[in-house]
Unconditional design. Structure first.
Length: 404
């Protein structure tokens, strides 16, 4: 009986796996009003689909109220500084007055002592002594008043200096609010939403526009966890799972075979969740400069496009490939040396389309695996083996560029 076959032979294989996902910008920024006021300026390109550059002024809110707040804050600072200076001068003058009154007290006490001695000798009357005592007490009161005033001045000076600090903080806040009247683009991007117009009043917290970053796009590619696990084992080959993004390469394609637009990509990370509906795993790939069109080759990679993403693992030098249909219940049919039908174990570890990758050390090199359907498939059946050139070519193509 005629039976088509392929010969088991080692092939250099680049394992690949494909999935689909939607293009999204890697960075999205929303301009939110931090101050309230009337919109006084809107950038000409602040329209849906428009491109804006990093640092360009997108929106300006009327500045009048905020400039007046800065002027008022300046006046408050000067007033507070004048009060602090007044307290410093008061301290200096009070210290000078205290020194004079303290000297006067010293003289009054000396005079009292002299009058007291004269009174003991009967030279002066007691009324003169009493008058001197009153002078001393009055002078002591003056000295005490100045000392009390000096004791209060440090607290008054600290309060005045705190008032200066508060006024300066108020000015800094007013200047910050003034700076917030100008909204600039944080990066190069494409406008995706606009909610602000000239003369429109915006309140604090109002969303005014959204910008999608133009530097990179991301695609959340949905993969079967089982398929991805088998692919990762081939790709890592004993390396840490954290090295998966560094090990793999990727490409995104759009269009029919033969007329595909292709963008080089890189694996950014593995998603943190499994899709609750499809139970698929997300692999997030990044495409740099997605809006850089190549005339005749590819258009810009625009948000919302549904594209195919292919992940490629490092080259495997000696891989055994077979058509998936030839493996049934872990066995394949082979044509033995005597051209009779026999069965052999075959354990697939990964599948790329209709091609299976076998575990190392399975079928011996040179074995002839039957690709047709001999009937009846009875062990020992005499065969007329015929090479299956078409299937051999498909296996070579899969090894060279992956199966789709």
């Amino acid at each position: 009986m005629a039976a088509a076959y392929v010969v088991v032979a080692p092939r250099a294989l680049v394992p690949e796996v494909s999935g689909f996902g939607e293009v999204a910008p890697a960075r999205v920024w929303t301009a939110v009003a931090q101050v309230a006021g009337r919109v006084a300026y809107v950038h000409d390109e602040l329209i849906r689909g428009g491109f804006v550059g990093a640092g360009e002024t997108l929106i300006e809110i009327a500045k009048d109220d905020y400039e007046l707040a800065v002027v008022r804050a300046d006046a408050d600072i000067r007033s507070a500084e004048a009060r602090a200076e007044e307290v410093r001068l008061s301290k200096a003058t009070t210290e000078a007055s205290l020194a004079i009154e303290a000297r006067a007290l010293d003289l009054a006490e000396r005079d009292l002592a002299r009058v007291a001695r004269l009174s003991e000798s009967g030279t002066v009357s007691s009324s003169v002594v009493e008058a001197s005592e009153r002078d001393v007490l009055a002078q002591r009161l003056k000295v005490q008043n100045y000392e009390n005033t000096l004791a209060l001045l440090p607290a008054q000076l600290e309060a005045a200096e705190q008032s200066v600090a508060v006024a300066r903080a108020a000015k800094a806040s007013a200047e910050l609010d003034l700076s917030r009247t100008v909204v600039t683009a944080p990066f190069d991007g494409r406008v995706s939403r606009v909610d602000a117009e000239i003369s429109q009043f915006v309140g604090v917290g109002s969303a005014m526009a959204s910008i999608d970053g133009a530097a990179a796009a991301e695609i959340d590619v949905q993969m079967s966890p089982r398929l991805m696990a088998a692919f990762a084992r081939l790709a890592l080959r004993g390396a840490s799972p954290q090295a998966l993004s560094e090990t793999l390469s990727a490409r995104a394609t759009l269009g029919a075979e033969g007329a595909e637009a292709v963008w080089p990509a890189e694996v950014a990370r593995i998603s943190d969740t499994v899709d609750p509906e499809t139970r698929s795993l997300g692999v997030i790939v990044r495409v740099d400069d997605p809006y850089a069109a190549a005339p005749g080759e590819r258009p810009p990679l625009i948000k919302g496009m549904f594209v195919k993403v292919t992940l490629s693992a490092p080259l495997i030098e000696n891989a055994t490939l077979l058509p998936r249909r030839t493996i049934r219940d872990g066995r394949v049919m082979i044509a033995g040396a005597d051209d009779r039908l026999a069965f052999a174990s075959a354990t697939p570890v990964f599948a790329m389309g209709d091609v299976a990758v076998l575990a190392p050390g399975g079928l011996p090199e040179g074995a002839r695996v039957i690709t047709s359907e001999p009937s009846p498939a009875i062990e020992g059946l005499l065969l007329a083996p015929v090479p299956d050139a078409e299937t051999e070519a498909r296996l070579d193509a899969a090894a060279a560029g992956g199966a789709e």
